[in-house]
Design a protein around this ligand. Structure first.
Ligand SMILES: Cc1cc2nc3c(=O)[nH]c(=O)nc-3n(C[C@H](O)[C@H](O)[C@H](O)COP(=O)(O)O)c2cc1C
Length: 273
């Protein structure tokens, strides 16, 4: 099997080289012609190959004028050239004894390291939106909405931190989503999920459907902690910081791209909802 794979690989490489340069094809043709002549003495001798004419030496190249060296600029995170993006991080677990804050503390340390976002943590354990929706909310609902609505409206982008409960996301996240509408529109949403064996991935996939209905754009890459309780030490430090830091950077880079693109687009024309 290994040989087969290797042979196929070489053939592919040769054909690529051949089609790119013609070099392999030329070399192969020459070898074949010589071998044929040795086997069939009747063939006329191969003509002398005329030596290639002397190649005119290349003229001296005038050295390029001194150019002031361009300073090495390490590209900054997306968006540093503009006003930082406002990122609302929604901590979606309000369960008594929840694990969520361990995940959100780590994630906030990742956003704090970036210049392209300012971050607002919306902890759903600090709100108590009624489960009964209303178009004319009473004082209690209005007081709870006052804690979150303007913050959602101000956000350029969202990250939802969600655990997985019974193959879905917690009801408190759905409640927050359903109490709002325009606040989500034409904005990107990223996910950090955690749970048992699934790492919260089923919760995330369901949230994608919900956010699509709200004209929000979910970014492809997510951060996911399988068996989350085993992924952090007693101080809340991730056991594999490189892996999860890389995943967070990828997701946040995508989120920043969408957030900037949509913010710029909305500054030119309103979103066509
Ligand atoms: C009611 C309930 C249902 C759960 N269902 C799932 C599940 O379907 N899949 C999974 O991987 N983990 C499941 N878990 C495990 C949780 O995702 C995990 O304990 C997570 O840490 C819960 O987040 P929290 O502590 O912040 O509330 C469930 C936990 C609870 C409490």
């Amino acid at each position: 099997m290994a040989n087969t794979t290797s042979a196929v690989g070489s053939t592919d490489a040769e054909s690529t080289l051949s089609s790119d340069t013609g070099l392999t094809a030329t070399a192969t043709a020459t070898v074949t012609a010589t071998a044929d002549r040795a086997a069939a003495p009747d063939l006329p001798p191969a003509p002398d190959v005329t030596p290639a004419p002397d190649v005119t030496p290349a003229p001296d190249v005038t050295p390029a004028p001194d150019v002031t060296p361009v300073p090495d600029v390490t590209p900054g995170p997306v968006g540093t050239a503009t006003e930082p993006l406002k990122l609302a991080v929604i901590l979606g677990s309000n369960r008594e004894g929840r694990f969520g804050p361990v995940v959100s503390d780590w994630f906030l340390s990742r956003t704090a390291a970036r210049a392209d976002f300012t971050t607002d943590l919306i902890d759903l354990a600090e709100t108590d939106l009624p489960s009964a929706l209303s178009f004319s909310p009473g004082p209690r609902a209005r007081a709870e909405l006052a804690k979150v609505t303007s913050r959602l409206a101000a956000a350029d982008a969202f990250v939802v931190l969600t655990p997985e409960y019974n193959h879905s996301f917690p009801a408190v996240i759905k409640s927050l989503i359903d109490w709002h509408f325009y606040e989500w529109q034409a904005k990107p949403v990223g996910f950090v999920s955690y749970g048992g064996i699934s790492g919260g991935l089923r919760a995330v996939e369901q949230l994608r459907q919900v956010f699509a209905e709200l004209h929000a754009v979910t970014v492809r890459d997510t951060v996911s902690f399988h068996r989350a309780g085993e992924r952090f030490d007693d101080q809340g430090r991730p056991e594999d910081p490189v892996g999860c830091d890389t995943a967070a950077r990828t997701m946040l880079d995508q989120l920043a791209w969408w957030a900037l693109a949509l913010r710029d687009a909305k500054s030119v024309r309103p979103y066509a909802a």
